[in-house]
Write a protein that binds this ligand. Structure first.
Ligand code: GLC
Length: 735
């Protein structure tokens, strides 16, 4: 038996070795093909591969393609046949036949629009995120897109910043897990699969740390914060195999991200070994002049490509100046060749040389098919967070006598899609009103009233809304932000309910009819009055084309909500930036101590903390176990706890594990998420959740910016959110 095992393991080792050799051979073959191509390319053709234009902005795209003066278009025609015609010019009409790579912002779906990424992050479900990204890739590739400018993996700690909607929230651990899931979904098992798209980790790096939460604003953070908070999701995405990154608009401590050798080359290439290419964000090469680090476009181009930006999105500077910069000796041709090699690598990996065209029959059967649409509904239900449910007002009974469905977002298809909704069409979106209408019994009387606009000061419709609520059993109030009030250029100085919506809420609540508040928003909102006076509150975000059905599934109990907040909700805008994993201060906030770190005009702490979310059932945590009381700096530790469903209906719980390095050479965060586990439990059922902690979880960057595990005590919690849970401790000892 032993010899058989030995034989099998030798065979397995041999097979793995063969696989590795095969991959290496493939790589070697690809590099050889790239060498041959580079040898044939003129300098102009080389530079052409580094040029990307917006398809709709180019007068004569065919001519550029035929002359080999462009490597990529973004926002190409929304038709596989037209894309094939364009590709045909490149492949069959240009001198060397190098295919184009066509990019598009497929951020949370292509035509089947899923929840905005921040909403999907509330599901804490990498498998769900991976599947959503895979469906998005399938639909996008059916229309000739082979590169998406996603996932956006910027950590966001300031809810004033509109682009908080596009990422996974404030935490590097959750953000890294979802970055990897989305890369896997977009790129699939095999990037050469015609249904795979190249992922693009963006916006590299620290774009979310813009001062004041004002988009495109300066970023000034410590190297420690850069390495411990903003870089990890990018590193995770690179480790998951992402083949492109996008350099950001912002400067980083004075050096713009699109001319930052430290991040683009030292970290990305030398430390992480990234082999793909970097595309600049829209005209961010040109904006180096606005940043004041380049005096001419040519200087901007030289700085960007030398730092490590390989492809220039729409500025035209690479097209206009790189050839001359090489010819006059300003930049060595090797810098251009290096960038071209990286771009060609990705085109080969996508198999564009051997399979450049799209099967035009795919779109009809793959886009918006029932399986995709049903998955969008599932993703929506999983993303909803139950914030409050006094006296178990929810779930409602489908045979409820009468409902008032009120609010500017109750019947607004466009706003269900959220920002960056690609080629999603509002006509495909299910509104809250429609979802409710299709779920309740035919005998239920539904009264709809818009109440007020999303923004503006018109209160003319509030009386009608009050009348509807006054004669109904329950009022469903759907309020929040329009789709365009978050996302790019969507920063808000006040993150409460826009316009006169709060007046609407107060008027409806004052009728005495029980109110269920449903938030439609792309960021945390400051809602202190609502949090205190409304009995039930659902965070429903912007859930995409199935928003209304997902909300109805939760409101009427067909789905028990399990979402947990991926971002902290403040009591007031003035608390921003606000996040749970902050460093400790010398004067931690104490209600009874005036001279402690707090505001004098609001209570201490957030309205709703990171990781928070309720269920229609209840869960109990017990029996925390650590398998060791001490480990060496390189050691690992297993942490277990039991979770019991103590309620009367099945539910899902996202158990979370947090640590605290009690004493360290630099002030450690009060808590850090280092594990989560989503489990389904029947009433009365108990399951054990298990986590492993090791150097990747316990490490920190010390004074010398070395990633080390320092000896000393660590606390550990397992619980339902970042403020509660069973507490334990262990030692890291120098062995
Ligand atoms: C935009 C965004 C970026 C997007 C790009 C292409 O300005 O910053 O996220 O991918 O341009 O649309």
């Amino acid at each position: 038996m032993k010899s058989l095992k030995m034989l099998l393991s030798l065979l397995l080792i041999g097979l793995c070795a063969d696989l590795a050799v095969a991959q290496t051979m493939e790589t070697r073959d690809m590099e050889h093909r790239i060498d041959l191509l580079l040898h044939q390319m003129t300098l102009e053709e080389k530079v052409g591969q580094l040029v990307q234009y917006n398809y709709g902005d180019v007068k004569n795209p065919e001519q550029l393609v035929r002359r080999g003066r462009i490597g990529s278009f973004l926002n190409p025609p929304a038709d596989a046949g037209e894309v094939n015609d364009l590709q045909k010019i490149a492949v069959e009409g240009s001198r060397l036949g190098i295919p184009l790579i066509l990019g598009f912002d497929v951020i949370h779906g292509y035509k089947t629009i899923f929840p905005i990424p921040l909403a999907e992050a509330a599901a804490w479900d990498p498998e769900l995120s991976e599947q959503a990204a895979r469906i998005a890739a399938t639909e996008a590739t059916a229309e000739g897109i082979r590169w998406t400018f996603a996932p956006m993996v910027d950590i966001a700690r300031d809810a004033r910043w509109g682009r908080i909607a596009e990422g996974a929230g404030e935490d590097p651990f959750l953000g890294s897990a979802l970055a990897q899931a989305r890369v896997r979904g977009f790129q699939g098992e095999d990037l050469s699969d015609p249904q795979s798209v190249a992922a693009c980790l963006k916006h590299y790096v620290a774009y979310g740390a813009a001062e004041e939460g004002r988009d495109y604003n300066s970023v000034d953070i410590s190297t420690r914060t850069l390495r411990e908070v903003y870089l990890p999701p990018f590193h995770a995405g690179v480790e998951a195999g992402a083949v492109t990154l996008m350099s950001a608009f912002n400067d980083l401590n004075g050096t713009p991200a699109s001319a930052n050798w430290f991040t683009l080359t030292k970290v990305l290439r030398q430390e992480w070994g990234f082999q793909g290419f970097v595309v600049s964000d829209w005209n961010s090469v040109g904006e180096l002049l606005n940043h004041g680090v380049a005096g001419t476009p040519a200087e901007a181009g030289a700085k960007a490509i030398t730092a490590g930006v390989d492809m220039d999105m729409v500025s035209g500077i690479y097209a206009d100046h790189l050839v001359e910069l090489v010819r006059n000796g300003t930049i060595p041709v090797s810098v251009v060749v290096r960038a071209v090699r990286r771009v060609l690598r990705v085109k080969y990996a996508l198999n564009l040389f051997d399979n450049p065209y799209t099967d035009t029959r795919r779109a009809g059967r793959e886009i918006l098919n029932p399986e995709h649409v049903n998955f969008a509904r599932k993703a929506g239900t999983e993303s909803i967070v139950l914030l409050k449910n006094e006296r178990h007002l929810l779930p409602l009974d489908k045979s409820v006598g009468s409902l008032a469905v009120i609010g500017p977002l109750a019947d607004s298809p466009y706003d269900m899609l959220g920002s960056w909704h690609a080629r999603g069409n509002p006509k495909d979106a299910v509104t809250v009103l429609s979802g409710i209408q299709h779920t309740v019994s035919p005998d239920t009387k539904i009264r709809y009233a818009r109440g007020c606009p999303i923004t503006g000061d018109s209160t003319a419709g509030i009386a009608e809304a009050v009348d509807a609520a006054a004669v109904s059993d329950v009022a469903l109030l759907v309020v929040g932000e329009g789709a365009d009030m978050s996302g790019e250029a969507g920063s808000r100085a006040h993150i409460d309910l826009p316009g006169v919506q709060e007046q609407l809420v107060r008027a409806v609540v004052n009728t005495g009819t029980p109110v269920v508040l449903m938030l439609v928003n792309g960021r945390p909102l400051a809602l202190p009055w609502e949090a205190e006076h409304v009995p039930a509150i659902l965070e429903t975000w912007q859930l995409g084309i199935q928003h209304g059905n997902a909300v109805a599934d939760v409101v009427f109990g067909d789905h028990n909500p399990s979402g947990k907040l991926p971002v902290t909700f403040p009591r007031a805008t003035g608390q921003e930036p606000l996040y749970y994993n902050h460093e400790r201060t010398g004067r931690p906030p104490q209600a009874e101590n005036k001279f402690s770190s707090k505001f004098i005009d609001i209570p201490i702490g957030p309205q709703y903390p990171f990781g928070y979310g309720l269920s229609y059932t209840t869960f109990k945590y017990s029996n925390l176990q650590l398998d060791q009381s001490s480990i060496g700096p390189g050691g690992t530790l297993t942490v277990q706890a039991d979770v019991t469903n103590t309620g009367d209906r099945p539910g899902e719980e996202i158990a979370q594990l947090y640590i605290q390095d009690v004493v360290a050479s630099l002030s450690p965060p009060v808590k850090e998420l280092q594990g989560f586990s989503k489990i389904s439990l029947k009433p009365g059922e108990t399951r054990t959740v298990t986590f492993t902690l090791g150097p990747k979880n316990l490490g920190m960057y010390n004074q010398e910016m070395k990633d080390v595990v320092e000896p000393g005590e660590f606390k550990v919690w397992v619980g339902p959110n970042s403020t509660a849970g069973l507490e334990g401790a262990f030692q890291v000892v120098r062995r």
